[in-house]
Design a protein around this ligand. Sequence first.
Ligand code: COI
Length: 362
Amino acid sequence: MSALDFTQTSTARRVDDDERTRILAEPGFGRYYTDFMVHARWTLEDGWGGAEIVPFGPVQLSPAAAVLHYGQEIFEGLKAFRHADGSVWTFRPERNAERMQRSARRLALPELPAGDFLSSLMAITAADEPWVPEATSEESLYLRPFMFASEEFLGVRASHCVDYYVIASPAGPYFPRGVQPLVVWISDEYARAGAGGTGAAKCGGNYASSLLAKREAAENGADEVMFLDSETHSSIDELSGMNVFAVTADGRLLTPSLTGSILEGVTRESILRLAADRGLEVIEQQLVMSEVLGQIDRGEITEMFAAGTAAVINPIGELRARGGSWTVGDGGSGEVTLALRTELTDIQYGRIPDRHGWLTRL
Ligand code: COI
């Protein structure tokens, strides 16, 4: 059921046309923000209300706001894509709405009805329409819905006041080097999430806990970090903000099964479907790190890639660890990886038919 009606308080733009054109020419990832943001508030007494579209700008919070102390926060990530006819679309938003509800349950936050989630995306995209990059590029407008505990209270319990926002940021490639094979560091010390924890929820804490390992990866010349399961440190979980896949020489696509500590990526789910459609045998199972390294050494695994909304599909050229390094295939961008990437983005940008009905017009 949809109840919120997002009303715009001002139409004055924050960024002038020339500046916006300059930004859209090379947006990078997460560096620039649009003119507006969407806001709604939930209180224990009244539920959801106060839906508005306001100028993008600082959020005022009490220093005693619960989120600043106990991290009660969740978020989502989607993209708005412009098609050749000028229309603007997003990809499987109902899956993000459902995941945000699952994350909310795990973090004891209120669930935002799926209809309100979708209308918040429509509201920000309508207000910030000039920020959706042209169809000629491989760029998009990244939408970041999030909610957090805003009650001024230091007792440890679920907040009685929660703020929901959607901000938007024009996005090019997630990795600064573009879509180039990644070097991935295998973390032997840190885990991202444990059994019974919040690993399957999209909450800030999971990303905060990945940062030290990510810094260690960078110190070892790697672009990303791969986390192993927290209990045995033997099987692959995921990267710091992406799911991970391997392609075998005999036509299988492998990815870790959803154990409860892995994020249920919308891109992950879509790739599994596209891969099955093109005849790959799709296998979700526990991926034992030592076995994967052996399969790389023997040439049985020929490609690996990282996948997520922000990263799309990005080849992995090398795995690196304290004990050595393993070149995946020829270290370049694999054929299956690139074919899946092309097909996924062709659907998203409306260049081929949306045969699974994954697109929603904004
Ligand atoms: C996304 O892919 O949308 C994420 O939230 C991951 C983050 C690394 C940007």
